[in-house]
Design a protein around this ligand. Structure first.
Ligand code: PMV
Length: 320
């Protein structure tokens, strides 16, 4: 009988950034991150045992090099030596474009394979396994706000998705399509070549601690500038890498400047960026709609998505 294991996860968007590995082999982060799991955007993955490994994402068969080390680790960890998997994963949002699809994708894959192995997809286990695919995938196993601390092997739940109901994220899609340099390659390049990498790592400890305190108070005025500081410091290691990593597009900078002027008009809207050109803006729910209108006026032609804190990983068996 065909047994299909399913898992669904939302992307994990960092307020305070992970960029750089403490151990490349073990995929543990050099900098601790604080992130929110998003609602509405999902990676849905189905997995079953098969004669050979095969992975499709959004209907396209994937090259296995990116996945085989991860699948091998899971075979070992889950006691499935010799087993192969047919995996089919679908994202309802742009893939590999800096919208954190690898975080939701690997979290869902780790969840589905854990279930397929007959193990309880208990969050601590799945978070540790998901890390082996992508560092940021440790986080969306939990809903709401999560922390993945430097040097650790799993994320922890900080506040659940109901902690801050007025919290929203506006995602401005500057360019659809895959990015030129993956975050995996980019962060290793920064570690090896940027003269600012060491101060980035050491200074991020205080930024994370301050941001956790500000989040606990739901204090936009303190949290916002820390969000900005984290991504701009991360980008200074990218710009100063050799060769440089320039993920920004003209519209990215136009949005950053538009947000600066909107904050001067009273908006609590604080942007962040990842390894891609998209700009993601954290803001209070009652400002989100007007913010989209203002940004669309200033930087026309972009697609905007709005998300709230969402639930953690869900897993289930094919009901049929
Ligand atoms: O886990 P990765 O390899 O997708 O790296 C994520 C890196 C950033 O998105 C830039 C930051 C973060 O903490 O999510």
């Amino acid at each position: 009988m065909r047994r299909l294991a399913y898992a669904e996860a939302g992307p994990s968007l960092a307020l305070i950034k992970y960029w750089g590995k403490a151990s490349a082999h073990n995929n543990t982060p050099a900098t601790g991150s604080l992130a929110v799991t998003l609602s509405g955007l999902t990676s849905r993955t189905q997995a079953e045992l098969a004669d050979a490994d095969c992975i499709t994402v959004n209907g396209q068969v994937q090259h296995l090099e990116r996945f085989t080390p991860f699948l091998d680790s899971l075979r070992t960890e889950l006691g499935l030596k010799g087993a192969c998997f047919a995996v089919d994963s679908t994202n309802n949002f742009p893939t590999s474009a800096g919208l954190a699809s690898s975080s939701s994708g690997f979290a869902a894959l780790a969840g589905a394979l854990t279930l397929l192995a007959g193990r309880e997809p208990e969050p601590r286990l799945v978070s540790r396994l998901a890390r082996l695919g992508s560092g940021s995938a440790t986080r969306p196993v939990y809903g709401g706000f999560t922390v993945f601390d430097a040097g650790t092997e799993e994320a922890v739940a900080e506040h659940d998705e109901n902690f801050w109901p007025e919290f929203r994220v506006v995602l401005a899609v500057v360019r659809e399509g895959a990015k030129a340099v993956s975050s995996r390659v980019g962060m290793e390049r920064s570690r090896l070549t940027s003269p600012y990498y060491a101060p980035w790592v050491s200074s991020s400890v205080a930024v994370l601690a301050d941001a956790r305190r500000a989040l606990a108070q739901r204090d936009w005025k303190v949290l916002g500038p820390l969000i900005r500081q984290s991504y701009l410091r991360m980008f200074s290691t990218m710009f100063s890498s050799d060769p440089p990593l320039i993920y920004w597009q003209p519209e990215s900078l136009a949005l950053i400047q538009a947000l600066e002027s909107l904050r001067a008009k009273g908006y609590q809207a604080w942007e962040t960026m990842d390894a891609g050109p998209q700009v993601k803006v954290f803001c209070p729910a009652d400002q989100a709609e007007a913010l989209v209108t203002e940004l669309d006026k200033r930087v026309p032609g972009l697609r905007f998505l709005t998300a709230a804190p969402g639930p953690g990983l869900r897993t289930w068996w094919d009901p049929s």
